[in-house]
Design a protein around this ligand. Structure first.
Ligand SMILES: NC(=O)c1ccc[n+]([C@@H]2O[C@H](COP(=O)([O-])OP(=O)(O)OC[C@H]3O[C@@H](n4cnc5c(N)ncnc54)[C@H](O)[C@@H]3O)[C@@H](O)[C@H]2O)c1
Length: 344
């Protein structure tokens, strides 16, 4: 019998489109859905889909795309009925910490209602494995570096983070009640080719190339564990083939937040190398051979000062951890950026 496909939500997004390619190259049949919303440039989302279509034709790979919202239960239910996926990867979400201050309902709709629709359908459709995007932002006000999955994450400082933490709680509940193996992946600042225009790498590259000032928040006193896209897709792919299991040593008297008596796991996906913001900017300046015009600003509400990932649990689970250096990652990102936007 033919292998059932993998369903990827948010397939026109930065991580989703990269994952679709990775799984198609691995011989999988992939169904992608995305509502193509206009949170950022819709043409970039469409170009990512065109790029997948080109690869599909070249490799005779099996790929279908449907423009639907995970908020629409009926449309989502039709997708499950038509394609009968065996693995579901949920990357569709309203992303962005700052946007959540102005548009809270987008986060409740896509990240809570949409996610619940999806997991309800996983329950009734015999899904072998659910992988879903969480975020390093769930560590909120923690200052115990590097962030480990064993830490409490009960102090979010943005609505975005609160919705991601809610996903972890909902997924755990469904894993317990209905035996759905589910894995939450806390991504740490992902960057690379086909990246997001609302994130620092793209904002900085664009402004530096056009000799416009860049805003540097918290006067540059920030650190991020920048993680290269290919490392992220490799880690997600491996998790697809390794459904969560219950932890036989789970101790209900001393509960470890990263594992459970239910088949639910949580992993960080970061580079284990927290980079000061000013070093990050210098890496872009060096590769472009252009000095940035810097405007130093106070910290923005909802932003965390520093992120750093402990990857030990991920490595022992899938035998892999991100390792691409910032220098290599930035060079690949800038090369793509110049080609895509036709800049010499
Ligand atoms: N990129 C990062 O650094 C990062 C860090 C932490 C967590 N994440 C999470 O990883 C996931 C993917 O992030 P990304 O960087 O690719 O973001 P992205 O915005 O590029 O991709 C998300 C995609 O989901 C789609 N979408 C949004 N709401 C939808 C809905 N209701 N129905 C269907 N499609 C919908 C969007 O159109 C978009 O194409 C998100 O859940 C995000 O919160 C990303």
């Amino acid at each position: 019998m033919a292998k059932r496909p993998i369903l990827i939500t948010g397939a026109a997004g930065f991580i989703g489109a990269a994952l679709v390619k990775e799984l198609l190259l691995n011989g999988e049949k992939v169904i992608g859905i995305d509502n193509l919303n206009n949170y950022y440039d819709v043409n970039l989302k469409k170009s990512r889909l065109d790029n997948i279509n080109r690869l599909t034709i070249a490799n005779h790979a099996t790929w279908r795309f449907e423009q639907i919202s995970i908020n629409d239960f009926k449309a989502l239910s039709d997708i499950f009925e038509s394609y009968s996926p065996r693995i579901v990867v949920n990357l569709a979400a309203q992303a962005g910490v700052r946007h959540s201050m102005k548009f809270p309902s987008d986060y409740i709709q896509s990240n809570i209602v949409g996610f619940t629709n999806l997991i309800e359908l996983c329950k009734t459709n015999n899904i072998e494995n659910l992988i879903y995007a969480s975020s390093s932002s769930v560590y909120g006000g923690n200052e115990n570096y590097p962030f480990s999955e064993k830490q409490s994450v009960d102090h979010p400082i943005s609505l975005y983070a609160a919705t991601k933490k809610s996903n972890e709680l909902i997924a755990h509940t469904y894993s317990h009640l209905y035996g759905i193996p589910s894995t939450g992946l806390r991504f740490f600042t992902v960057y690379g080719p086909w990246g997001r225009p609302d994130m620092a790498p793209m904002i900085f590259a664009k402004s530096i190339l056009s000799r416009e000032p860049i805003s540097i928040y918290n006067h540059g006193e920030m650190k991020r564990d920048f993680t290269y896209i290919d490392d992220v897709t490799e880690a997600i792919k491996r998790c697809c083939y390794q459904p969560a299991t219950s932890n036989p040593n789970f101790n209900k008297n001393f509960p470890d937040p990263s594992t459970s008596f239910a088949p639910h796991r949580i992993f960080n996906i970061g580079n284990s190398n927290s980079i000061p913001l000013m070093e990050f900017i210098k890496t872009i300046e060096d590769y472009l051979e252009i000095k940035a015009i810097k405007h130093f600003m106070p910290i923005q509400p909802g932003d965390v000062i520093s992120t750093a990932s402990d990857n030990k649990a991920l490595e022992s689970w899938i035998g892999f951890k991100p390792s691409t250096s910032l220098k290599i990652g930035i060079s690949k990102f800038i090369d793509w950026y110049k080609e895509y936007y036709d800049i010499n």
